[in-house]
Design a protein around this ligand. Structure first.
Ligand code: ADE
Length: 248
């Protein structure tokens, strides 16, 4: 039975998922709590990634080295870039570290010795996540979204940027968009997860709810949005994803 890890960036999201975990057991490693059990029809491990690339890389390395995880889904919120509005869901096709710069030794944004700047998410797992997100968006209770100005949330797929910085100025957001015109979102962990999964040859997907526009108002309502909107999205999408056993 293959085991999937759900790695959440925010505690509220993890707590939402923990309610559905049966036979839950907690194992502590490196100051983290790894929750094993059954989620839907699957053997699962739930864990908080903590924030930033190093914390996420440590968490995912432990999952892959010590918990026999064969697939990884990262969930969290992100700042929207380009067309991505607050309330949209973005599933990564590829991830890139926007703060990686070992130039002139290596091209800017290339991860040294990998010859890569873009790390591709697993196509099959990402397609499953998009299908689950599509069904959740189709049945969404929209009333409480009005508070956040969310009208018609969209599912998007494409490039997600990661860096050890909360992007909260229109100037920085514009600079990122000028450099990466096709990027849809910016966050702080996904590309690190991608690099670790690449090292271990383990399939992964990254699912983000857009919580802000990565501009001067990015921090406003951030915590309330996670509690009232993003955690609900994540729980519903993960539940839909894991409802059926995996086809061989
Ligand atoms: N996560 C959610 N919003 C973000 C932002 N604006 N910058 C970086 N990470 C984020």
């Amino acid at each position: 039975m293959s085991r999937i890890a759900i790695v959440s960036a925010m505690a509220q999201e993890l707590h939402g998922l923990q309610h559905g975990l049966s036979g839950a057991r907690c194992v502590q490693r490196a100051g983290r709590e790894f929750w094993t059990g059954r989620l839907g029809a699957h053997d699962a491990v739930l864990v908080l990634s903590r924030i930033g690339k190093v914390a996420a890389a440590t968490t995912v390395t432990l999952l892959l080295a010590e918990f026999g995880v064969e697939r990884v889904l990262f969930t969290g919120v992100a700042g929207g870039l380009g067309p991505a509005r607050v309330g949209d869901i973005v599933v990564a096709d590829a991830l890139l570290q926007h703060d990686m710069d070992a130039s002139p030794l290596f091209p800017r944004h290339e991860v040294p010795l990998y010859g890569l700047s873009h790390f591709e998410a697993d196509a099959a797992l990402s397609a499953e996540v998009r299908a689950a997100a599509t069904s959740v968006l189709a049945h969404l209770q929209r009333a409480h979204l009005d508070d956040f100005g969310v009208r018609d949330p969209q599912l998007r797929r494409g490039l997600i940027l990661s860096g050890d910085r909360f992007v909260s100025s229109a100037g920085e957001s514009r600079r990122l968009q000028a450099y990466f015109p096709d990027a849809l979102a910016v966050e702080m962990e996904g590309a690190a997860v991608a690099q670790v999964c690449h090292d271990f040859g383990v399939p992964f997907a990254v699912l983000r709810t857009v919580s802000d526009r990565a501009d001067d108002a990015a921090h406003v309502d951030f915590k309330r949005f996670i509690a009232e909107v993003a955690s609900g999205y994540t729980r519903a999408i993960v539940t839909a994803l894991l409802a059926q056993p995996r086809r061989a």
